[in-house]
Design a protein around this ligand. Sequence first.
Ligand code: AMP
Length: 216
Amino acid sequence: MNIVLFGPPGAGKGTQAKELAKHYNISHISTGDILRANVRDGTKLGIKAKEYMNKGELVPDEVLIGIIRDRIQQPDCKHGYMLDGYPRTIPQAEALKDILGKVGKPIDVVLNIEVPDKELIGRLSGRRMCSCGESYHMMFNPPLKQGICDVCGGKLYQRDDDKEEVVSQRLEVYAAKTKPLIDYYSNINILVNIDGTGTVESVFRQICDVLDSHQK
Ligand code: AMP
């Protein structure tokens, strides 16, 4: 199954994508994770991407299109993929259509996780990460021991772009550049809205119901 997980920053895409990819045995492709790994490793791409990411801006389309073109052709995508954080602009969506057409892996469904703006700000500013990939929320999903990852014992940190001054910029960029993709995918009848305001488990169940009925 080939899925795009869509929604504003803080909607829970990463959390859901990780679980869904396991459940359906498909590859989770998070462009944010790919970029952050490059920033951490100090690659040329990472050095360039960091400038945009820390300001809450989008990394240029041609960079992301190149990343996705390579990644989607990797052998682990043969059972399907779950795109998380891509596409984020109309040109990215157009390029994706072209790439997927060539490799014969068209999108089956775009899941649009909806969460009101005022809730997003609280979710993003309370989010804490661990380098092992786990994420927490200081209020809604705190670790057992403050500041320490339950899974690996690593020290939790706040993403630079989850700091208050960057969060509002990310939401503005989402509204201006990414939100138009809702109409783009709705016009070709592959968009399904998901209420993202419930618990992680309830959102997961909602998505599974949609995907299971698609698979029949
Ligand atoms: P995320 O983890 O998906 O919230 O992404 C974190 C940051 O990485 C974004 O705020 C952008 O700066 C950058 N980024 C991730 N995916 C894309 C994309 N598809 N297009 C442009 N920039 C992206």
